[in-house]
Design a binder for this molecule. Structure first.
Ligand SMILES: *[C@@H]1O[C@H](CO)[C@@H](O)[C@H](O)[C@H]1NC(C)=O
Ligand SMILES: *[C@@H]1O[C@H](CO)[C@@H](O)[C@H](O)[C@H]1NC(C)=O
Ligand SMILES: *[C@@H]1O[C@H](CO)[C@@H](O)[C@H](O)[C@H]1NC(C)=O
Ligand SMILES: *[C@@H]1O[C@H](CO)[C@@H](O)[C@H](O)[C@H]1NC(C)=O
Ligand SMILES: *[C@@H]1O[C@H](CO)[C@@H](O)[C@H](O)[C@H]1NC(C)=O
Length: 500
């Protein structure tokens, strides 16, 4: 019983009214772009497509009836007009129409009437086929998007049917009757073919992954947590956007705040990412004890103006070289609280609290010396520039205070100044050099993002000219939240159709 609750609790925790931490908005411009790509794919499918068999019975009064079967119907040629696709609020989905489709088909026919059995092949042409199909976009229990056919109507204009062969009276009789029946039956056949396509898309969506391991430690959860919302101009998806530890998944002690992605109809696609996503990652690393490191002298590059030994520390901690002359040191650096990211208008602020434990290395033994507490906050800016995500980081605040000491008290000001100077002249410039070069935006073999725009916004949107230092502790309850809004267009980079 207890075990059952232990297993159930996280589920209950997960299903409380969560806000999506990641939101995706597909605008009409993006839908129309997708339509071009998909139209190529449909044409490709149609040109090698087959139709299901059709059988029927023709009654000639009381006299006799003919049973026939039409099989192996293959599409030989297809004059495919550009389909139209629109967001369709009425079914909370999409409405697709193809008007004036012309198709040439071949197939085999077989008929029997009492003792007469005949068979042969035929050519058929359908002119002016109109097809309208509406689908509903929904969500399954696992958070996949689902697709359900709601309504399909098909109309055929003219049907032309020619049997090959000796044109016997029986064939001619059959030709006319089968043509009539086909004209009646084809809309249903076409719509069931459409249903089949929708069914296979639905299977594809059902099999889609919603959990993405980012590395061996953490996994990004991206299931839908709300029904997709369709309005006249866009499709809106709300995704969980939570990072959790792969080994020991646990929800963080804070939740995502509601936000709305700015309307940018000029772009195909917009994505909004709440700082919750970064903070859930931060929580996972912190609670899995991964935010710690040991640093010794041999890990510091020889060119660096700092050595990790007691002699070097003399000017900052006068008693240290006297008590432990000329010994190498080891530092244990770890976070003492969850480092928190906060998206402010125009900037990302990171506040981190940690500790540094220092040891003297005496042969195989480590002698504890002192422990420093560190508070720090950094702010970063990010922008998209020619297909690359670039950024810069500045230090806002850095303070050291003495936690424990085995070597008696000492002032931390000089040490603090040394670390701040080091940060400013050595560490941050190197980091900023890398960030200025930037990272390429994700792309596939076939498509890339173009005209991208990235902004950092606050929930509530009160613009502040300068970034202030957040007072995040204790942060479990409330702190200001924000989000990154990314909008982009996509562009095919090769000519071959994406789905081939
Ligand atoms: C299906 O579509 C047809 C024509 O587009 C329309 O007349 C009919 O009302 C629709 N039915 C439903 C259930 O939406
Ligand atoms: C410093 O740490 C590295 C990696 O942990 C280790 O290989 C190296 O031997 C250490 N150096 C000293 C001087 O302890
Ligand atoms: C300690 O650092 C100083 C430079 O500050 C260097 O001259 C000295 O050789 C180092 N001692 C050890 C044991 O590495
Ligand atoms: C850093 O934080 C301390 C304590 O919160 C504060 O007194 C100090 O003014 C801050 N420094 C800067 C540069 O903001
Ligand atoms: C860090 O912040 C905490 C709480 O805000 C404070 O108690 C502590 O003194 C600060 N430490 C330093 C080194 O500024």
């Amino acid at each position: 019983m207890f075990l059952k609750w232990v297993i159930l609790l996280p589920l209950i925790y997960c299903t409380r009214g969560l806000n999506p931490a990641m939101q995706v908005v597909l605008n009409d411009k993006g839908l129309q772009y997708g339509r071009h790509v998909v139209a190529g794919w449909i044409q490709d499918k149609l040109e090698h497509g087959t139709l299901p068999d059709i059988s029927g019975k023709i009654n000639f009064g009381f006299l006799f009836n003919i049973q026939y079967t039409i099989s192996g119907v293959t599409i030989r040629k297809c004059d495919f007009p550009e389909p139209s696709v629109e967001f369709y609020q009425a079914t909370s989905g999409l409405k697709m129409s193809i008007i004036g489709l012309n198709v040439a088909l071949t197939g085999d026919w077989k008929a029997n009437c009492g003792f007469i059995h005949e068979k042969g092949s035929f050519d058929m042409a359908l002119f002016g086929v109109d097809l309208i199909s509406t689908v509903k976009l929904g969500m399954d229990t696992a958070g996949h998007m689902s697709l359900t056919g709601v309504n399909c109507t098909a109309q055929t204009g003219d049907v032309d049917l020619r049997f090959h062969g000796d044109a016997s009276w029986f064939q001619r009789l059959l030709e006319g009757r089968i043509k009539d029946q086909l004209t009646k039956q084809l809309p249903t056949t076409i719509c069931s073919a459409v249903e089949e396509v929708i069914g296979s898309l639905e299977n594809y969506l059902e099999d889609m992954n919603v959990n993405f391991p980012l590395n061996e430690d953490v996994t990004l959860d991206l299931p839908l947590i709300d029904q997709p919302v369709v309005d006249m101009t866009n499709l809106h998806l709300g995704l969980k956007g939570e990072v959790h530890s792969s080994k020991c998944p646990r929800d963080p002690p804070f939740v995502a705040q509601a936000f709305s992605v700015p309307q940018r109809p000029g772009y195909m696609l917009s994505v909004g990412l709440s700082d919750f996503t970064l903070n859930s990652a931060s929580f996972s690393y912190f609670s899995s004890n991964l935010l710690q490191a040991f640093i010794n002298d041999s890990m510091i590059p020889p060119s660096f103006p700092v050595r990790l030994n007691t002699t070097f520390m003399g000017p900052f901690i006068p008693q240290l070289p006297k008590m432990f002359p000329d010994l190498l040191m080891l530092l244990h650096i770890y976070a003492t609280d969850i480092p928190m990211f906060s998206f402010r208008s125009g900037a990302v602020v990171l506040s981190a609290k940690g500790a540094v434990e220092a040891f003297a290395i005496q042969g195989a033994a480590l002698t504890p010396l002192f422990k420093l507490c560190v508070n720090s906050s950094f702010s970063g800016k990010a922008q998209v520039d020619v297909g690359r995500l670039k950024g810069s980081v500045t230090m806002h605040n850095f303070s050291l205070s003495l936690g424990e000491s085995e070597i008696g008290p000492f002032k931390t000001d000089a040490l603090e100044n040394m670390v701040v100077t080091l940060m400013k002249i050595a560490i941050l410039p190197q980091l900023n050099e890398k960030l200025a070069a930037g990272f390429a935006l994700p792309r596939t073999v076939h498509a890339q993002l173009v005209n991208s725009l990235l902004t950092v916004e606050e929930v509530g949107g009160k613009a502040k000219s300068n970034v202030d230092i957040p007072n995040l502790w204790p942060h479990f309850v409330f702190f200001k939240q924000g989000f990154v809004a990314f909008s982009s267009d996509a562009q095919l980079v090769t000519n071959d159709a994406m789905f081939r």
